[in-house]
Design a protein around this ligand. Structure first.
Ligand code: CUA
Length: 180
């Protein structure tokens, strides 16, 4: 009589392959999988997407470009179905641009045409990253994550002006294309 092996090696191999594949996927999809998970685990960077306009960092008067004492700028934006606020960004060339963006609803991805920047934007979290634009010019700001019926129309503008042409902002004042 043949004794049935306790371990089914064929099934075990399939199981091993599956586990291995599941481990490899996050390694190749850092921005899509790992980064959102890490951001989620960090927790305290969270914001309430339903009260963005009422209080906190992303109230309307605080959106746009802020000048920092060290010469860099901070840009705060909201992505929502189906636009970016502010609609037209103004930043100086050749200085660090600290971007802080959150979503009011779905998952979006902010990209600037002609650059490699592609920033995932999730509701409830703040995506913070540093950008740098060497030359003055205009870039289209587009959404690269399918976010609903108006996804393909979700685009706005970014104007990079020479450093000496960027307006001097009063404390508390935020710059956008209208301030130029
Ligand atoms: Cu927002 Cu696609």
């Amino acid at each position: 009589m043949r004794i049935k092996p306790i371990v089914n090696w064929r099934k075990f191999r399939i199981f091993l392959f599956t586990v291995l594949a599941l481990c490899i996927i996050p390694l190749t999809r850092y921005h899509q999988i790992d980064e959102p998970i890490l951001r989620y685990l960090e927790g305290p960077r969270g914001v309430d997407p339903l009260s963005l306009h009422l209080a906190g960092e992303f109230v309307e008067s605080n959106l746009g470009t802020e000048q920092n004492a060290d010469g860099s700028v901070t840009v705060r934006m909201i992505a929502q179905q189906y636009l970016f606020v502010p609609h037209c960004l103004l930043v100086p060339a050749g200085v660090p641009v600290h971007l802080r963006i959150t979503s009011a609803d779905a998952v979006h991805a902010l990209a600037f045409s002609g650059t490699g920047y592609n920033i995932k934007v999730l509701p409830g979290t703040i995506s913070a990253t540093q950008l740098w634009f060497t030359n003055p010019g205009e870039h289209k700001t587009v959404c690269r994550e399918f976010c609903g019926a108006g996804h393909y129309a979700m685009r706005s503008e970014l104007k990079v002006v020479p450093r000496d042409q960027f307006p001097v902002l009063r404390p508390g004042e935020r710059g956008n294309c209208a301030a130029q």
